[in-house]
Ligand binder design. Sequence first.
Ligand code: AP5
Ligand code: MG
Ligand code: ZN
Length: 217
Amino acid sequence: MKIVLLGPPGAGKGTQAEMLVKKLFLPHISTGDMFRAAIAAGTDLAMEAKSYMDKGQLVPDALTIGIIRDRIAQPDCREGFLLDGFPRTLAQAEALDQMLADMDTELDAVLNISVPLDNLVTRLTGRRMCRQCGNIYHMTYNPPKDENTCDSCNGELYQRSDDKEETVKNRLTVYENQTAPLIEYYTNTGKLKTVDGDQAIGKVLVDLGAALGQNWA
Ligand code: AP5
Ligand code: MG
Ligand code: ZN
């Protein structure tokens, strides 16, 4: 299955993706995670991406599309993949359609996680991530047992540099202007399924499964 997860910053794409890929045996492809890994490794490309990410702006399409083109050409993507955070501009969506057409395939579903804007700032400013395994926590909604330590690997928890309140507000504006138009784009292809993301994490997963024709209740 070839799936796109769509939704504003903080909608729960990463949280749901971790669980979806285990159930569906798909590679989890998150452009945000790929950029953060490159930044940690200190590559030149990453330094360019970082300058945009720190301001809450999108990394230029040419760079982002190139990264996805290389990634989905890998053998582990042959049977499918779950894209998290790509595409997020019309140009990226069109490029993805073209890449898939060139491979004689197409998307199966676009899952849109919908959360009221008011909740997103709280979700993002309270988020903590594990430096070691990438697990996602929230100090109120999904707290770790110890506030500085990952439950599953004992790694150190940190706050993403773009989760400061000012940067979060920029990211939400960028989403409204550049990414929200994809909802109409994918509605027109008949592939969009919208799920209410303003529910408990486990219930959102059940609804995403139902949108894919799976019974995980
Ligand atoms: P990226 O890393 O993709 O960030 P994002 O899209 O802003 O989304 P987030 O990762 O912040 O949110 P999420 O939906 O994954 O939510 P999460 O599950 O963590 O991108 C970062 C940057 O990279 C971009 O700003 C851009 O610069 C660049 N970039 C990436 N892709 C790009 C592209 N295609 N083109 C150009 N630039 C690109 O959950 C959030 C919090 O809420 C957590 O604390 C979680 O515990 C909590 N939570 C989750 N679900 C629930 C629930 N149901 N109830 C209560 N709390 C919940
Ligand atoms: Mg994420
Ligand atoms: Zn961890």
